[in-house]
Write a protein of this length. Structure first.
Length: 221
């Protein structure tokens, strides 16, 4: 007897359908006003919760909410505001540096290409992917810790690294679904398939895909 979810394609199809029902709307979890404020908020979210970032950014925007003004704020002052987000020395330098580069090379505007975004201080592929997908509507599949964990638990990837996970997910899901699906996976990972609340045998999707699974899934970083 062939199991209904024996293939990655079958599992991906079920996940895509179920998450679209659970999360028909996909608002961006990080509060922002425009491309610049989202870029900075995503940078701040590294190793920090979105909830904490949303508590901190109003104070940062009170200092400056555009690259021209931010480039004139002393790094130490930026650091003092964003300290609750962690890694504040590096993040403050990055925010100051990228703001200056936006003014010098991009007329104060956030660039619309991956190479230009990833050339900015503190902006890696994941941050660039969020901005490209959520601001400019370019299909992208940013992989955070929630998505990386779920993709392994659902056997959509071998989980060697986030780059491999992104590559595997892009092959499995329709490109037109990427921008919403990555947010839906984040929501589900936070609410139902958490690092401690589910070990691959507890949440609805894990139980549906793997009803006979007995052992916890050890996810790779």
């Amino acid at each position: 007897m062939i199991k209904p979810f024996a293939t990655k394609a079958a599992r991906a199809a079920l996940i895509d359908r179920r998450l679209s029902v659970l999360y028909p709307e996909t608002p961006i979890p990080l509060d922002h006003r425009d491309a610049y404020t989202l870029l900075v908020a995503v940078l701040l979210s590294a190793q920090c919760t979105d909830k904490r970032v949303n508590l901190v950014t109003p104070h940062l925007w009170a200092l400056a909410d555009n690259p021209g003004d931010m480039a004139r704020v002393p790094v130490a002052e930026i650091q003092g505001v964003i300290r609750p987000c962690g890694l504040s020395p590096q993040k403050a330098k990055a925010i100051s540096g990228l703001s200056l580069l936006l003014m010098q090379h991009h007329a104060g505007e956030v660039p619309r290409t991956f190479p230009e975004l990833e050339a900015l201080p503190g902006v890696g592929h994941k941050t660039a992917s969020v901005v490209m997908s959520q601001v400019f509507g370019v299909p992208a599949f940013p992989v955070d810790t929630h998505i990386h964990r779920l993709a392994q638990r659902w056997k959509l990837t071998n989980g060697r690294n986030v780059e491999q996970t992104e590559h595997d997910l892009k092959r499995l899901f329709p490109e037109t679904h990427w921008n919403q699906l990555h947010l839906r996976m984040i929501y589900y990972g936070r609410e139902h398939c958490t690092a401690r609340g589910c070990d691959g045998t507890v949440c609805e999707i894990c139980r549906t895909l793997f009803p006979e699974r007995k052992k916890p899934v050890r996810t790779k970083k």
